[in-house]
Design a protein around this ligand. Structure first.
Ligand code: HEC
Length: 181
């Protein structure tokens, strides 16, 4: 191999490197143009309304509404979920207060009004009555829904668990009509 041939090879190599760089540069120019176009992110626009709830809540709100979940909720599955509460709560009429208050007729009952139970300041201050909506929210993460609550329970993350237990609780003395929306 003489030096002339070597030069040709080096030249060919250099040329192909230049072509590769050129293609990359060009495609990055096209790519950047596309990325800068806000219309290529329609998903962000759709999520704007739920931004204040944080990513997790936004994700959950994308699922079926509570009314839809309740329409197909299963109280017998809810009874199984309620085993998680049984260490602290009874559900029967006139049942004892344990670590937490008796929950008979809890839906539609005034918040923090269980007979003879000593509620935390946080729960006493909440006011209102328990509805499907605020109880689902409370059970999802008690410490976040009522900061300072004495209920040390991590929460029911699954919307179907929440709906099923609400269906069960509703059968324990409340018997409210299910929400329609
Ligand atoms: C580790 C014990 C514990 C567990 C487990 C627990 N709770 Fe509670 N719960 C409490 C305590 C304590 C309170 C009172 C909270 C306060 O005063 O801040 C309470 C309060 C409540 C209230 C409000 C009652 C009222 O009279 O306003 C509801 C509703 C409730 N719990 C439902 C449940 C459900 C449903 C579960 C199971 C998914 C559950 N809890 C699991 C301890 C518990």
């Amino acid at each position: 191999m003489n030096s002339f041939e070597l030069n040709k090879i080096a030249g060919a190599l250099l040329a192909s490197v230049l072509v590769i760089i050129g293609v990359r540069e060009l495609s990055s120019v096209f790519y950047a143009t596309e990325a800068a176009n806000p219309a290529s992110y329609p998903v962000e626009v759709a999520e704007e309304g739920t931004e204040t709830d944080g990513g997790e809540a936004a994700e959950e709100e994308a699922g079926p509404s509570l009314a839809v979940l309740l329409a197909s909720a299963d109280a017998s599955k809810g009874e199984k979920v309620a085993k998680k509460c049984a260490a602290c709560h009874t559900f029967d009429e006139g049942g004892a207060n344990k670590v937490g208050p008796n929950l008979y007729g809890i839906l539609g009952r005034a918040v923090a009004s269980g007979n003879g139970f000593n509620y935390s300041q946080a729960m006493s201050d909440m006011g209102g009555t328990w509805t499907f909506e605020n109880l689902a929210h409370f059970l999802e993460k008690p410490s976040a829904a009522v900061p300072g609550t004495a209920m040390s329970f991590a929460g029911l993350r699954k919307p179907t668990d929440q709906a099923n237990i609400l269906a069960y609780l509703n059968e324990q003395g409340s018997n409210l009509a299910l929400p329609t929306e």
